[in-house]
Design a binder for this molecule. Structure first.
Ligand code: FAD
Length: 534
């Protein structure tokens, strides 16, 4: 340990109290587990008890020249979990800052601290019977709302794009000063929390995917709970229907958004990863699910080559009208097109209990997962999506509750590229992913999610056995190969894991140079999250 690091840890102990400051070894034990199997040497870790400690924490970092890596809940699974990009950082854990600072029940804006989770907000809204939806993501109840928006994550409720719903932020800069924006400063906090563009230079975007400051508060506009929530489920029984489905989905988004929230199109592997155990005993020579087993699982769990899942929000009449339009747009392409409300999903789950035998068990799992997906769509966080992280885990039954894939030893890296909403692009993309993943001994799990009506974001979880070093190396190599092959073909991630920052620097030198100039003026010592997206 260097003298400056030792002195900085001592100064932080004086400020926060010794139990809130870890040395490098204790920090590693607490924060080191990462689903991507990355390792980073940590200088230590700090747990702030209140937001007003953050400016002094940063001043100490500056005095001793020790960089800090802020996390909110550290559940950045698939992108590095709690780990920093660079070695030697001290983790600044803001997870205990869990105040819901303000809530405007009339206009639907909540102001939260970094540690407020999806579950915290759900509980707060339910207790006071406020009719708003939590902007949920697949990461489950224990993940931070603020950090997900900072990473520009997305989810399934009407406010799919989480950063787009952010109206205001409070940010501590590297010199310990606090930035709240011009409208807040000159016009007052209420207006600032209601109008996301603020006044003068729009600065909020600078603090997302950047590490340019430490965000201690964020205001988020919430979607009101609509009169009616439903999902449209459909299947493509033939792989060749993918192109036609992509075009129909684009048309549906053009015509029906915002009643149509978003559409997810998942391949068979992806649906099975959330509903069926991994068939370890039926693998081919490459260690992947063999074709007959895939067919058999598809039959048992009633999963076709592609499954569509579209969300509908509005008045009953609006949802009914959108259903009719969807039927028309998807007719001739989709099979088993079905509209399900939360109540209908409950009934299906109850009925499935009466079906005996193996197909009954398959149906029970399927209806159960449908029921929890509906809950998620209705803005109630849960762990429906998390089992996919455990698919190639040797002992998924040992997962603790609530689930934590990093601590439980799951292997997962997200490849999450943007894909133009064109017929030929989705086909080329799906083929490319299939080829590259299989060549690296990984199953091709693909989802296309609409982000508006021009582009899909596709999420491909590279799921691997983290207890096997060779599998970890293959997954890393696969992510890099997907980045390169995808880029050649016109697909590129919207978000990067920590191992991806180096290639990003090579691919975008001019943008990284600009980012570096901005950082040099606000954070000349490189104290906050060095290496992130630059
Ligand atoms: C099965 C599964 C499903 C998932 N589904 C989704 C999904 O639907 N949508 C989605 O977006 N993600 C998803 N994820 C990915 C990830 O788990 C979530 O995005 C999660 O919300 C990120 O973790 P966090 O909220 O704890 O953020 P943190 O780990 O706390 O933060 C992430 C990063 O943001 C920055 N940061 C955090 N807090 C601050 C702060 N206060 N100030 C400055 N910078 C900060 C840091 O650089 C940090 O590394 C999923 C993961 C899994 C395994």
């Amino acid at each position: 340990m260097t003298t400056s690091l030792r002195d900085a840890l001592d100064a932080w102990r004086q400020l926060l109290g010794a139990p809130r400051v870890d040395d490098g070894d204790r920090a590693w034990a607490r924060y080191g587990a990462d689903t991507t199997a990355a390792t980073r040497q940590l200088g230590g870790a700090l747990r702030a008890a209140s937001a007003d400690q953050v400016p002094e924490i940063v001043r100490i970092a500056s005095r001793f020249g020790v960089p800090v890596h802020p996390i909110s809940t550290g559940r950045n699974w698939g992108y590095g979990s709690a780990l920093p990009v660079n070695h030697g950082c001290v983790i600044l854990d803001l997870g205990e800052l869990r105040r819901i600072v303000a809530f405007d029940a009339e206009l639907g804006v909540v102001t939260v601290e970094p540690g407020v989770t999806q579950a915290d907000l759900a509980q707060f809204l339910a207790q006071a019977q406020h009719d708003f939806l939590v902007p949920v993501s697949g990461a489950g109840g224990t993940a931070s709302l603020l950090a997900n928006a900072l990473e520009r994550g997305y989810g399934v409720t009407p406010h799919t794009d989480h950063f787009a719903a952010v109206t205001w932020m409070e940010v501590v800069l590297a010199d310990g000063t606090v930035h709240r924006g011009m409208l807040h400063e000159a016009g007052g906090p209420e207006l600032a929390s209601l109008f996301r563009w603020g006044l003068g230079m729009y600065t909020q975007g600078l603090f997302t995917q950047s590490g340019l400051g430490i965000v201690t508060q964020m205001s988020i506009a919430l979607a009101r709970r609509p009169e009616s929530v439903a999902v449209c489920l459909f299947s493509l029984k033939d792989e060749a229907l993918l192109e036609a489905a992509a075009v129909a989905i684009r048309q549906a988004m053009q015509r029906l958004h915002p009643t149509l929230g978003a559409v997810n199109l998942m391949n068979r592997h992806r649906v099975l990863s959330m509903s069926a155990p991994y068939p370890w005993d039926h693998l081919d020579a490459q260690g992947l699910i063999d074709a007959p087993t895939l067919q058999a699982l598809g039959r048992q769990f009633q999963v076709f080559p592609w499954t569509g899942f579209a969300t509908l929000y509005g008045t009953r009449r609006m949802v009914r009208a959108a259903q009719a339009e969807l039927r028309q747009l998807l007719g001739g392409i989709a099979s088993r097109l079905l509209f399900v409300t939360p109540r209908r999903a409950d009934t299906l789950a109850r009925l499935a209990r009466w079906v005996p035998g193996a197909s009954g068990r398959g149906l029970q799992r399927l209806t159960q997962s449908l029921r929890s997906s509906l809950e998620l769509v209705a803005g109630r966080p849960n762990e429906t999506a998390l089992p996919l992280a455990y698919w190639r885990h040797r002992h998924p039954e040992r997962a603790a509750s609530p689930k934590n894939p990093a601590a439980d030893g799951c292997g997962l890296i997200w490849y999450a590229p943007l894909v133009p909403m064109r017929a030929d692009a989705v086909r080329r993309y799906a083929e490319m992913v299939g080829e590259v993943t299989r060549a690296h001994g990984l199953e091709p799990l693909i989802t296309f999610t609409t982000l508006g009506d021009r582009v899909f974001d596709s999420t491909v979880p590279l799921v691997f056995d983290r207890s096997d070093p060779a599998a970890c190396a293959r997954a890393q190599a696969c992510w890099h190969a997907l980045l390169a092959r995808g880029r050649e073909a016109g697909f590129f991630p919207y978000r990067f894991p920590i191992q991806g920052m180096e290639p990003l620097r090579q691919l975008a030198p001019e943008s990284c140079a600009l980012s570096e100039r901005i950082h040099r003026s606000l954070d000349p010592q490189g104290l906050i999250a060095p290496g992130r997206y630059r």
